[in-house]
Design a protein around this ligand. Structure first.
Ligand code: ZN
Ligand code: ZN
Ligand code: ZN
Length: 371
């Protein structure tokens, strides 16, 4: 992963320390999006423990000696110059890595752990008598509001996935299978600047009515409506996620009419976004448009999800979430309508909350693209 200047991470670490101190629980953060956010370290959790420990008195990193090399490609070497002293405690097979964590905790009995902490490491911590909470409550407050460098990455990711959608008309044709189309789209996702195609949903005809459908060997037919929901990470780790719906040939009047209502619903939710409006009000704005037209029961899921280093993260744009959104948050607005066994459609943009409203990072037309 390419990372930001170490100063960015130093600021994040100090904020995380403030929040952890206020909550009264030190943090134990293992590899995953939280660790990447705080240190620029990108690795997976294996059986050997890697853990960042944040207490009110300082910062420590427990890391297997054979994985010390991953630190070179992170913000860690520059943290000292940026004003954060991070003690690196490396260990070798046979050492007690959990004892190192306990040393850093200096007697604290309750800790908050990353939700990506595997049971493999959680159980030994519990066995040492630690009480454990999730760090999500502390870290989501940090991660939800993006800093300018993160917003630039999300804009770049939006532009990259827009370029892929611009190529879909050359790829999507009657007579090809969903899988053939998806394979070509996956290649385009990488060609347009992502490190991988994290997901490629091609839901044609009746498959479009299943919001969870990914891809199959179904042959796409003339007259199909096709949902294409795609995304992946840039080298920075920040993700794209964008859905457009395509029609192979002029759609039936009923389909065109219902799709136009979906467009109105998506626009209503986008237009509802501004600082201070709750997530549930943004959800309701679009849902009400569909409900008023008798289509409420065909919108089967929440309106959206936050996005950043994870494709799905806080804030969730869903009924019951009374969180007021604030400038710098980024999330999807993706209502859909799903007619079981027949067809479905979804329109998805990522938007960034601004002082006045919001800025969509995806700018391609929302209309049903007729191929
Ligand atoms: Zn399904
Ligand atoms: Zn999506
Ligand atoms: Zn999404």
């Amino acid at each position: 992963m390419t990372h930001f200047p170490s100063q960015v991470y130093a600021t994040r670490l100090l904020k995380a320390q403030q929040l952890a101190t206020a909550a009264g629980t030190p943090l134990v953060i293992t590899p995953g999006p939280d660790l990447a956010y705080l240190t620029g370290i990108v690795s997976e959790s294996f059986e050997r423990l890697t853990a960042l420990v944040v207490t009110d008195s300082g910062f420590g990193l427990v890391v297997p000696r054979l994985e010390l090399a991953i630190l070179k490609d992170s913000a860690v070497p520059g943290l000292g110059a940026a004003g954060v002293e991070l003690a690196v405690l490396d260990w070798v097979d046979g050492d007690d890595a959990y004892a190192l964590v306990l040393d850093l905790l200096a007697g604290a009995s309750t800790v908050a752990v990353a939700d990506a902490l595997p049971a493999l490491h959680l159980v030994p911590l519990l066995d040492r008598g630690l009480k454990v909470h999730l760090a999500t409550d502390v870290l989501r407050r940090l991660r939800m509001v993006k800093d300018p460098a993160e917003l630039d990455e999300l804009r770049a990711a939006g532009a990259a996935i827009d370029r892929v959608h611009a190529r879909v008309p050359q790829i999507l044709r009657a007579g090809r299978t969903e899988r053939e189309v998806a394979d070509d789209i996956a290649a385009a996702i990488v060609e347009e600047g992502h490190t991988e195609a994290a997901f490629v949903i091609v839901g044609s005809g009746p498959h479009g009515a299943d919001p969870h459908h990914e891809v199959s060997d179904r042959v796409i037919e003339a007259g199909d409506v096709v949902v294409v929901d795609i995304g992946g990470p840039l080298a920075s780790g920040y993700n794209s996620d964008c859905t457009r719906t395509y029609a192979l040939g002029e759609p039936a009047p009923e389909i065109a009419e219902q799709y136009a209502l979906l467009e109105r619903a998506q626009r209503a939710s986008v237009e509802a976004v501004r600082p201070g409006v709750t997530a549930e009000a943004i959800d309701a704005a679009g849902r009400d448009v569909l409900a008023a037209a008798g289509l409420g029961e065909f919108f089967l899921h929440r309106t959206g999800h936050g996005i950043g280093l994870s494709v799905h993260e806080e804030p969730y744009i869903v009924a019951g979430n009374d969180l007021p959104v604030q400038a710098g948050m980024a999330f999807s607005i993706e209502p859909g309508i799903y007619f079981s066994g027949r067809w479905g459609a979804r329109i998805e943009d990522i938007v960034i909350v601004t002082e006045e409203g919001c800025e969509p990072v995806n700018t391609r037309s929302h209309g049903l693209t007729i191929l």
